[in-house]
Design a protein around this ligand. Structure first.
Ligand code: NAD
Ligand code: NAG
Ligand code: NAG
Length: 435
């Protein structure tokens, strides 16, 4: 469990304002009798120690590369940086939102940021560019964001100094919180990264948000995985979510509870979105549709899981553009937070919604569609689904999001995968040199 040792120190831990110990006071009296020379020497020594304390910590890149918990060394500050931050966050249309998007260089974050910017909102991105999957893809998305006028600050949501600085420079009306350690099976290799980003980082963001004036309204990504071993379908928001099947799911469920406390205690307006298997262009290389495509093209055997009763494993695949509309709907309908100066003034809104597609597709069907689009037969190995995090079936009931966010998914899996494959071929084969 060494990753957990890398957690940043608890804020306030080093603030033990103790009375100076006895020996220091004794020394103090003795110093009065010391010669001038010794005094100067000690002053010099003190200055030197002060310098050592202030010098930057060692670069996180020299630590465990798999540990996304390492708070990156400061890559911010200065008047040029502040100008970029302000410019990016300034809405272009009157009445536009001013949104801090965390995880902006991620799959969903990139799409949401660009959609917001396109309709005239101000958007500032934040991302730590961790190496959970190829950072080159995150950098390419950052290029896309820059061309759309979105500046991405490189930093960690655990960095309270940075977050406070951002809230000092910009009066954010909204936070779209998408930064997280995603992936279900990776939790067995690196559990600390889930605790660090999905719990500690989220709490840090909520702490800074509740103290901000004005407090922003927050929309954040939860996950369909919170339904865990729930077997009642379709999954409705009221169903039980107390049987997570992975640490990832458990941290997302914890996030929902933590969010509720910040709503209750500080009057923060909070909206949680339970995404169901999001896919599309600029997607995540750790997801099946993505690495199936890669492996089918390479002629590599793919492993297709079936449920223990030989039934197919199915997912409620949701196209990225539909998810983006759901995110924008949530931001637009979020009421203001009610607190100020870290104090609650009245009750604020707390909402949880499913964002799915309402039509689960067996993973075998996903493979058939990919074979057709790639014009290549897949080499398949059928295996029973291991009990290490993945659930057999997901299916969203989206009645609530439909009624309250105007959410209405329109893209079926075949249409969406066509767009994904088109992007994939362009990105990884044709234009490779330009990235
Ligand atoms: N894609 C899906 O199918 C899906 C399903 C359910 C929930 N979600 C949730 O939606 C959100 C976005 O997912 P995604 O698919 O875009 O994932 P992603 O990994 O592509 O994006 C997350 C981004 O957050 C950044 N990040 C991670 N930890 C950070 C930290 N501590 N500080 C700053 N940045 C950090 C990463 O570098 C990454 O760019 C996540 O919260 C995820 O858990 C996604
Ligand atoms: C990161 O994780 C991968 C997969 O578990 C492993 O093969 C690799 O050695 C790890 N790298 C580091 C630097 O720990
Ligand atoms: C779907 O959710 C709505 C609202 O939460 C609920 O009233 C309805 O009964 C659910 N439908 C099914 C089929 O579970």
């Amino acid at each position: 469990m060494s990753h957990l040792d890398d957690l940043p120190p608890t804020p306030g831990k080093y603030k033990t304002d103790k009375v100076p110990p006895y020996w220091m006071i004794l020394h103090h009296h003795r110093y009065l009798r010391l010669s001038k020379l010794t005094l100067w020497a000690s002053l010099f020594l003190a200055l030197f120690l002060f310098y050592l304390i202030l010098s930057p910590p060692p670069s996180p890149s020299r630590r465990n590369l798999n540990d996304s918990s390492s708070v990156s060394a400061a890559k911010y500050g200065g008047s040029h940086w502040e100008k970029q931050v302000r410019k990016s966050a300034r809405p272009r249309s009157p009445g536009g939102l001013t949104v801090l998007v965390t995880g902006a260089s991620g799959f969903v974050g990139t799409h949401v940021s660009i959609a917001l910017r396109r309709r005239g909102d101000g958007v500032l991105g934040l991302d730590n560019f961790n190496r959970y999957y190829d950072p080159k893809l995150k950098r390419a998305r950052q290029g896309l964001l820059e061309r759309s006028g979105v500046f991405v600050v490189e930093g960690d949501i655990n960095d309270a100094v940075l977050l406070r600085k951002l809230f000092d420079v910009v009066l954010f009306t909204h936070v779209m919180h998408l930064a997280a350690q995603a992936g279900v099976r990776y939790a067995m290799q690196n559990p600390g990264s889930y605790v660090n980003s999905n719990i500690a980082g989220f709490v840090n963001l909520l702490e800074v948000s509740k103290s901000a004036n004005p407090q922003p309204a927050i929309v954040w990504a939860s996950s369909s995985s919170v339904y865990g071993l729930n077997s009642k379908v379709p999954f409705s928001e009221k169903d039980r979510t107390d049987q997570p099947a992975s640490l990832y799911a458990a941290t997302k469920k914890a996030g929902e509870g933590i969010a509720h406390t910040y709503n209750h205690i500080y009057g923060l307006s909070l909206t949680g979105l339970r995404f169901f298997t999001v896919y599309g262009p600029w997607g995540r290389p750790d997801m099946a549709y993505f690495f199936f495509t890669k492996d089918i093209l390479k002629g590599k055997t793919i492993t297709v899981f079936e449920s223990p009763d030989k039934g197919s494993v199915a997912r409620d695949f949701t196209y990225i553009d539909d998810i983006v509309k759901g995110c924008l709907g949530a931001l637009d309908t979020a009421e203001k937070s009610t607190g100020s100066g870290g104090k609650k003034k009245g009750s604020a809104m707390f909402r949880i919604y499913n964002l799915g597609n309402t039509s689960p597709v067996p993973v075998t069907k996903l493979v058939t569609i990919l074979e057709k689009l790639l014009k290549t037969k897949a080499k398949k190995k059928i295996m029973p689904l291991p009990r290490n995090g993945d659930v057999e079936f997901t299916h969203a009931n989206i009645t609530l999001a439909q009624a309250e966010l105007g959410y209405k998914p329109t893209v079926d899996l075949e249409t969406g995968l066509k767009k994904f494959v088109k992007w994939y071929m362009g990105f990884y084969t044709k234009k490779k040199s330009s990235w």
